[in-house]
Structure formats: structure tokens, C-alpha cells
Ligand binder design. Structure first.
Ligand code: IMP
Ligand code: MG
Length: 215
């Protein structure tokens, strides 16, 4: 069973003024739900779990842009630290793809994959997909079926967040940082129409901001 840190539905979060939040977002956020430090501590442990399971063989870490870039960078730093401080180590290469499925605060059925090296390079490799958040699970299921056509040796998925939602298809990643309530979350590279990636903590967006940044 995959373990994760559960953020309860009645979790009240933390007042914004207890942390450093950019001035330009002060009126857009309700609460800090996961402070940056806690994200880092949980990510450190995920790195250890991943190396324990996948560490026998060259890993290709595949970052799902744009939302996954912070988690990807921090997770890989922790994996690198393990690699350079223990007797066992594995080569790690990286690749980046873009997947777009969201408009405003709604997941759409239309999942597009853009960029990355030839996926056929993944044949015979241990692939670690790194994603920010799984909501319905459609993005990841689409991506997994594409990757599996390339005959990788192993594919694992690490997602920082999984949303508890009735819209879920039932798909669960192999590594989960936090399970979160069914709210729209921003920060630590998670965006709302491209805003809020430049916020360190994971926060709940308020109603007013949904209108303000709507496209
Ligand atoms: P899914 O296909 O419904 O699982 O949606 C996954 C994608 O939707 C993620 O990769 C995110 O980019 C985006 N997403 C889902 N929920 C949120 C959220 O609360 N905040 C920001 N992006 C989200
Ligand atoms: Mg994403």
C-alpha cells in the first residue's frame, strides 16, 4: 500500500500572515494548506522510497511540465544527495514533456502531450514520471498508455498531490506526497491560468481570485 500524508477535509490550514507570501497574491488566497518546509520534508522521504524500489538500474526521470517542475527539481536534488552519499548509486537522466488538460479550474477531456525526446528512447529503461497533482487521473492514464507503447522496463509515477474527489477515475500513483481535499490548490508550481507558480507554499485559492484571473 502506498503511504501518504493525509490533509483532512476539515483541515483549516494556516493564516497567510504567519508565512511569507508575495504581496501581489495576498488578497487571492484563503489559507496556506501545505507550507513549503513540509513539502520538502515529505519529498526527502519520497526520494528514499523511490531509490529503494527503483535504484537497481538507470532511471529516466520524466518531468510533467509545467506544474511538476518544482517537485521534480526538489525530488531530484534529494535523489542526487542519496546517490552521492551512499555506496550504491544509479545514473539518472532527465526529460521534460508538457501535458495540458485544464482550462480555468476545470479538467477537460482533451489531454495533449507536447515536447520531450523521442519516447522510443525509453525502451528498456526504468521511467519515473513526476507530476504535481492527480485529480481525475485522466492525464496520467493517457500518458501511461502512450509510454507503455515504447516498452520501458518499468514505469512508476510520483505525484506530490492526489485530490480526494468523486471525479477520480480510481487511478492512484505509485508514490504520493499528500492526499488533499477537493479544493483548487495553487503554489509550488501549481497554477491557476499560469498565475501562482511563483508562490512557495501550497494554498487554497479564494472565490474572488477565480474571477480575477479567469480567462
Ligand atoms: P487530471 O487529469 O484530472 O488528473 O488532472 C491533472 C492535472 O490537472 C494536473 O497535472 C494539474 O496540472 C491540473 N490540476 C488538477 N487539480 C489542480 C489544482 O487543484 N490546482 C492546479 N492544477 C490542478
Ligand atoms: Mg500537471
Amino acid at each position: 500500500m502506498t503511504s501518504y500524508l493525509q490533509i483532512a477535509d476539515d483541515e483549516k490550514g494556516h493564516e497567510l500572515d504567519l508565512f511569507c507570501v508575495p504581496r501581489h497574491y495576498e488578497n487571492d488566497l484563503d489559507k496556506v494548506i501545505i507550507p513549503h518546509g513540509l513539502i520538502m520534508d515529505r519529498t526527502e522521504r519520497l526520494a528514499r522510497d523511490i531509490i529503494q524500489d527503483m535504484g537497481g538500474h538507470h532511471i529516466v526521470a520524466l518531468c510533467v511540465l509545467k506544474g511538476g517542475y518544482k517537485f521534480f527539481a526538489d525530488l531530484l536534488d534529494y535523489i542526487k544527495a542519496l546517490n552521492q552519499n551512499s555506496d550504491k548509486s544509479v545514473p539518472l537522466t532527465v526529460d521534460f514533456i508538457r501535458v495540458k488538460s485544464y482550462c480555468n479550474d476545470k479538467s477537460t477531456n482533451n489531454v495533449k502531450v507536447i515536447g520531450g525526446d523521442e519516447l522510443s528512447n525509453l525502451a528498456g529503461k526504468n521511467v519515473l514520471i513526476v507530476e504535481d497533482i492527480v485529480e481525475t487521473g485522466r492525464t496520467m492514464q493517457t500518458l501511461l498508455s502512450l509510454l507503455n507503447e515504447c516498452n520501458p522496463k518499468m514505469v512508476k509515477v510520483a505525484s506530490l498531490l492526489v485530490k480526494r474527489t468523486p471525479r477520480s477515475s480510481g487511478y492512484r500513483p505509485d508514490y504520493i506526497g499528500f492526499e488533499v481535499p477537493d479544493a483548487f490548490l495553487v503554489g509550488y508550481a501549481l497554477d491557476y491560468n499560469e498565475y501562482f507558480r511563483d508562490l512557495s507554499h501550497i494554498c487554497i485559492l479564494n472565490e474572488q481570485a477565480r474571477e480575477k484571473y479567469r480567462v
